[in-house]
Design a protein around this ligand. Structure first.
Ligand code: NAD
Ligand code: UD1
Length: 309
């Protein structure tokens, strides 16, 4: 398996570029397809001859088919990661978040590639399982175009599994944080925004009362799982939650951040975002059965790494 060529869509982004480093460390070569909408060349070790970057859109079916040539597996991460962006512009985000997946499936079918690792989301559960840790069989209740596109992508991958013998490893990621998460837009992940603003002394806005919870996982812990899925001899059916089964309120996260940074800037409150999920916590029993999670990175350590301290 080592020294195989792995296609990583969205590989110049936050999770993708951390995954690229982990795949290279395991001896693989990596081809990246990324439209650089949020991804950055500077996230990638471009001087490594095992890294190839193709700039383009996963919504471009012909391009997606071309970039499959010679690859043994695909990790499909390219998407507009912001839930709020999908609420504001469902048509645009659907192209990346659903049409892109369909193109990846068709490209793989033509190229005869079976293994695909897909980044789905905890968002597919909506507010079901509120207050409990969420098992994979919990009824799905997508509240946003983002969640609908992720759930539809899962269903299509399962169709290609049944019809064309695909081996999809589908991960419902909870909230991932760590180095290279781009803080530059209001659509960015909350930890990246709050960390940057805390360091610069800029005011922070909490949407809602700050008591909403997320199950945060450090990106380095996630990519170890993704690499295992790329390399696994076989893939078991059914999506897998990726989280730590730990609920942290935004206020608790800010406390942890203040310990790392030393102080917090002024905090104001604004109305909760529409479609925002109130509580989110992964039952990770299936993850622990199928993959090796190892010792996970505490939030304070992850925050310190994110801030380069
Ligand atoms: P990110 O924005 O850093 O990465 C997404 C990458 O995809 C970027 O490099 C971007 O330029 C690229 N991209 C976007 N649209 C594209 C298109 N149409 N064609 C080609 N490339 C395109 O975000 P991330 O947090 O690294 O997210 C990676 C994946 O994980 C996404 O699918 C996201 O939905 C999913 N996910 C993320 C989280 C999280 O907490 N970060 C949680 C659940 C799921
Ligand atoms: C995040 C991911 C999404 C993923 C989902 C899985 C991003 C951008 N989003 O969505 O891809 O599928 O987890 O659970 O990575 N908030 C504030 N102030 C801010 C920004 C955010 O209070 O300035 C709040 C939000 O309203 C929300 C919480 O913080 O309640 C988390 O927001 P966000 O980081 O955008 O993540 P999710 O919407 O959970």
């Amino acid at each position: 398996m080592a020294d195989s060529l792995v296609l990583v869509t969205g590989g110049a982004g936050f999770i993708g570029s951390n995954l690229v480093d982990a795949l290279l460390a395991k001896g693989h070569s990596v081809r990246i397809l990324d439209d650089m909408s949020t991804g950055k060349r500077s996230n990638l070790p471009m001087d490594n001859p095992k890294v190839e970057l193709i700039e383009g859109d996963v919504a471009d079916a012909a391009l997606v088919t071309r970039v499959m040539a010679g690859c043994s597996a695909v990790v499909h991460l390219a998407a507009v990661a912001s839930v709020q962006a999908s609420v504001d512009d469902p048509v645009r985000t659907h192209q990346s978040n659903f049409v892109g997946t369909l193109n990846v499936c068709e490209g793989m079918r033509e190229a005869g590639i079976k293994r695909v690792v897909f980044a789905s989301s905890a968002a597919v559960y909506g507010n079901n399982g509120e207050g409990e840790s969420i098992v994979e069989d919990t009824p799905k209740a997508p509240l946003t175009p983002y969640a609908s596109d992720k759930l539809s992508s899962e269903y299509y991958l399962d169709f290609y599994r049944r019809q064309h013998g695909f081996e999809p490893a589908i991960f419902r990621l909870f909230n991932v944080f760590g180095p290279r998460q781009d803080p530059s837009s209001p659509y960015s992940g909350v930890i990246s925004i709050f960390s940057e603003r805390a360091v610069k002394g800029l005011p922070i806005t909490i949407f809602g009362d700050g008591e909403q919870t997320r199950d945060f996982i450090y990106v380095g812990d996630l990519v170890q799982i993704l690499v295992q899925a790329v390399e696994a001899r076989q893939v078991e059916e059914g999506a897998v939650n990726v989280g730590l089964n730990k609920a942290t309120t935004l206020k608790q996260m800010l406390e942890a951040l203040s310990e790392v940074v030393g102080q917090l800037p002024p905090i104001s409150y604004a109305p909760a975002r529409s479609g925002d999920i109130r509580h989110s916590r992964a039952d990770n029993t299936r993850l622990l059965q199928r993959f090796t999670l190892g010792e996970t990175t505490p939030m304070s350590v992850g925050l310190a790494r994110l801030l380069g301290r």
